[in-house]
Design a protein around this ligand. Sequence first.
Ligand code: NAP
Length: 460
Amino acid sequence: MGQTDSTVRVAIVGAGPAGFYAAEHLLKQSDITVEVDLFDRLPTPHGLVRAGVAPDHEKIKNVTRVFDKTAARDGFRFFGNVEFGRDLALADLARHYHFVCFCTGAQVDRSLGIPGEDLPRSHSATEFVAWYNGHPDFRDLTFDLSQERVAVIGVGNVAVDVARILCRTVDELRRTDIADYALDALAESRVREVMMVGRRGPAQAAFTLPEIKEMGELETASARTLAEEVTLDPHSAAALEANPDRATTSILDVLQSYVGGSRPGAERECQIRFLLSPVELIPGDDGGVSSIKLVRNRLEPGRGGRISAVPTDEFQSWPAGLVFRSVGYMGVALPDVPFRDDWGVIHNDKGRVVLPDGARVDGVYAAGWIKRGPSGVIGTNKPDAVETAECMLEDWRSGIHFHPAAGDIRSLLDERRVPWISYADWLRLDEMERERGLSQGRPRLKFTRTAEMLAVLGRT
Ligand code: NAP
């Protein structure tokens, strides 16, 4: 780094969309010179664009071109395979940078808190998603796809992704960059019925219109709803009349068009069910989950006008040999960074990290899901990261920041023998993955082991 006294040095931890958007905003300043080092614990950048976005949503991944442009800016460096808390501590970063910004996302799942949740064949959607996307930490997991009936709890976009991947044919999946081992496992899948379960009604579903429409456009699977569950209840009808919302109305139309099935008689079926909450996962003879007990809910306006699900005394059971809970993600606490366990986010005020009593932690910031929680689409992280970056720039002008005395972080990483990966290294890996894919007519064939990535880069 060729810094001068007037160069602002920023460490960003987490190379997903929020990290790149924050870097872009800082590096594009014209009146101030900023240098950004972007760290990620994985060798590969792009966070959930690589490890979360569904493999059959190739177009969404085009956003990486925007990230590549940021990476090509003067003052940008990427340090992949460097883990905060293992390879570097906050004190190390404070000695090298004026500002540290955490963009570590939300890495774990929320649990349901019901009996049987920990049975074999009950998983979090986050694990399944990371597995089929080739995340090195999840690639060795196994999922029993010999089961014919699968329940997916939750009706957000992640639940739709999981249901859709389970309902796609192997030929549809072969056109994607799904991990090769996942493609092999899904080729043997015996899944026939997937039941997505929403605890509230269709007007409160968290999925978005294009995603639920896509469920009705699969090659050999049918999306099905039940008329009595997708008929608008009086409370939701009144709420919609008071606050008309075209997206919700269109979602209701789509769900109503699925009554009887979008493709009756198809090989596979995805039922999209509402007003049901799981109360227990029940084991079969082999000890793994074999059915799910659900309670019927009714809707009532709750606090702040939110329509809530209230359980009735009507129960039903549904045979299911595999269960995925998809009820939202949670952030993970980082060493020496104030954390709100109840919300799963870093304590912050517009991105400035604060202590529980509201006092500022000078020099430390957060952006993205670890700042606001797991909501919105990739683009939502842009204004969020800009807000945080603007706080940094304002604090720079006010002189509120760390006072780094040490030189280049590379010396410390080399001293600690951390085999870090640069953006140029990543671009080589990217090219190799695309070339490997070409031979199989696929967009790319991902490397899914860190050791393998280091080996092909000649780092072992
Ligand atoms: P989400 O959108 O927050 O949905 C979570 C779902 O879980 C909701 O249906 C919620 O119902 C339900 N839920 C929560 N607690 C529950 C409980 N105890 N029992 C039963 N159901 C429960 O979360 P997500 O699906 O994980 O998605 C995270 C974010 O990523 C979202 O902003 C999403 O749009 C985005 N994403 C976007 C795409 C895309 O654009 N294609 C793909 C994937 C993810 P209630 O509403 O009743 O709480």
